[in-house]
Design a protein around this ligand. Sequence first.
Ligand SMILES: [Zn+2]
Length: 241
Amino acid sequence: MKLKRALSILLVSIMMFTFFVPSALASEVVLSDSTLPEIKEGCNRYFFLANDSWFNEYTNTIGIYWWEGTDACEEWPGYIANKADAENVYYYDVPVDVRDIIWNNYLIGISDIYSYEMRTGMMGVVGDFDGKIAVARTEWIDNFDQYWPPCDWYYYYGNGCYGDVKNGDYTDCLCKEHEHYLVSDIDNDGVVTILDATFIQRFLALIDIFSDDQKVKSDVDNDGEVTITDATTIQLKLAKL
Ligand SMILES: [Zn+2]
């Protein structure tokens, strides 16, 4: 009985306490807001994440090509894509009646094009593709079965983050290189483990006292507060990994 009561008091404390993250410190982990211009009228916005293999001494940009529909390109490699809000992320506002696009590395004017050219296959964009990002696979190896690097489509959240969840944010980000989860390394041991989630619970239950830095790191979902949701987010993240 005593244990049960103690537990329920603990639970209530966890649920009631919310700790605001010191704002000066919070800004260190807040991702900058995306500042892309409004989408052109009558267009969908498609993003593309290239990787370093797409750039070489003859090109440092990405192009987009389509051959049917409004503003169809007159010649290859089409239009120069716009740089988005993160490294290697490009976008283009494409008229809604365009059914297929090809991303490429905008190579023009060299004869030995095949050694340097990168492009996707024909990508159908009929359906729910507005705001999505095509991520070129890095593990792609040149062979005859697969001449063009395959891409995977994800929802784009801005700042280079993308994932399977519609309207997600960086807590849903699937980019392996981002390692957002290190934000939640609260005990500073270089890895995120279930202990970090436990630390947050202990802090919320007033068992442990946190430094400002730990409070910032504990704000896993980046909402300016340390709450039980942050501990849960770590647990979910670990379950996914
Ligand atoms: Zn990310």
